[in-house]
Design a protein around this ligand. Structure first.
Ligand code: ZN
Length: 193
């Protein structure tokens, strides 16, 4: 009896996604964050060498829509999960802020890139091309970059702000109670007989 092929037959750099899905196979890894060069260019400073990107990928075949162009033929899907902690630049104090980012997405495979482009607007799910064989590492890096927060900030900045903006804000708040209530005048008007 033939046994399942070992995991090592699947190359995450050039994934045979159809066979991967047919086998219901799984791959995972935890390469150093520093290996993700495009992501690294968005970071506050070179990532700590101990920081790693943990990822896993699982393949699955699902029945296609019976009324669709594929006539109900099974389709290859991929579930991708990844997480990492990346040092970003705090937009308040400009210091490094270690930010957890996470990816958890499903992709459906189509024959090639032109099919993916043609169907992209009509599909709720994300599409990937079977050919040329995709690099899971590249897809993970794309998704990690897209999951970066637009405005990373510390919950509490570790150092006082250079321009004293925090102090000014506190003073403004403190003075608030002495200002007349904006509706105080209105209340007087309404109170008139
Ligand atoms: Zn900060």
């Amino acid at each position: 009896m033939a046994s399942k092929p070992p995991m090592s037959v699947f190359n995450p750099q050039r994934l045979d996604a159809l066979r991967f899905a047919q086998a219901g196979a799984r791959l995972d890894g935890d390469p150093p964050l520093a290996d993700f060069r495009r992501l690294a260019s968005d970071l506050h400073a070179p990532a700590d060498t101990s920081e790693r990107v943990r990822w896993s990928a699982e393949g699955e075949m699902r029945a296609g829509p019976s009324g669709g162009p594929s006539g109900g033929a099974p389709q290859a899907w991929l579930h991708l999960q990844a997480d990492a902690r990346v040092p970003l630049t705090c937009q308040r104090c400009l210091g490094p802020v270690l930010t957890p980012i996470e990816v958890d997405r499903w992709f459906r495979f189509v024959a090639d890139e032109s099919t993916a482009e043609a169907q992209d607007d009509d599909s709720e799910e994300d599409l990937l091309a079977l050919e040329p064989r995709p690099s899971l590492i590249e897809v993970i890096e794309d998704e990690l970059i897209m999951s970066l927060p637009l405005v990373p900030v510390h919950e509490r900045c570790p150092q006082p702000l250079p321009d004293g903006a925090d102090t000014q804000a506190e003073e403004a708040n403190g003075a608030g109670s002495e200002r007349p209530h904006p509706f105080a005048g209105l209340a007087k008007l309404k109170g008139r007989p």
